[in-house]
Design a protein around this ligand. Sequence first.
Ligand code: KQY
Length: 364
Amino acid sequence: MEILHSKPVEDGFSMPAEFSPHSGCILIWPHRRDSWQNGAYAARTAFAELISIISRSEKVTVCARFEDYDEARRLLPAGVRVVEMSSDDSWARDVAPTFVTNGKKLRGIDWGFNAWGGLYDGLYFPWDKDNKMARKLCDLFMADCYDLRDFILEGGSIHTDGEGTLLTTEECLLGKGRNPQLSRQQIEQKLCSCLGVSKVIWLKRGIYNDETNGHIDNICAFTAPGEVVLAWTDDKDDPQYEISKECLDILESSCDARGRRIRVHKLPLPRPVHITEEECQGLDNMDGEPTRTPGERLAASYVNFYISNENVIVPFFGDENDKKAAEILGSLFPGREVAGISARDILIGGGNIHCITQQIPAVE
Ligand code: KQY
């Protein structure tokens, strides 16, 4: 595996859309006791269910710490590969490589990772094991690796349509915790030269109370070139309303890289989800402090789905909108079957299905 210091675009590489074919998917077995309640046991059940659905149509690799390997191996289907790898937490979307291809070869991008904001407003310290995962995974997959460690970026903060357009949020990419030394224009330039896009659509903010500083993958996602789903509420008293309306206005007045007007499909949100006292008691303290407060609103959204080769796997929250969200996504992905996963135990960790997966694009 070679470490590359050029930029993917100058080598003819770009990032395909998630709805393009995959050769596999990477996840990390959850273990962090201040992220996942009850020693991560409940989350492990949800991860195992998700992994088993993805593995119907993709080769899944799960990274597990030395001390968790036996349990992961026991709980996961035989066709899933479990490899020992150290990690600080379990967000493959953000710490695994962003894969780029030239159609024939696969390469990975190793962005800098600082736990969603470093010493400014990051969520844990240290994060050095997570920051080394992208490079180790490139090695595992024999994919040459672009060294972009001087640029802080998480996979959950970008979505591409594979045809030159990228979606992101100002709240995240222009925040003080990532790359405060770079201007918006310089950040846009970096995205274009690394991912093969020529048009960046900047939404202002992500889901209300999202601790990632508003990752795009929780509020808006491409379902096809020129088409997106947007997390939506009609409740004007919900602080989310103003955020989603602002996104809608931007999207409806935007064209993509190929000049198409963006078509927006509203995906209803579940009723607000709040963490309970009992759930908080199941979380260990971090540096002596609780990581969540009883009653805190969690960043629940159906937009945080994963598109596998044969399924669209959607978080369910035990809400009346679970069915509606599944129906909408089913109509937008006619060739794939929608599968719902009871995702509360993943959500308590601060993200959802999309955040714990990283697709590996298929190449010839
Ligand atoms: O949503 C994500 N991509 C990651 C969430 C991290 C939460 C850490 N508690």
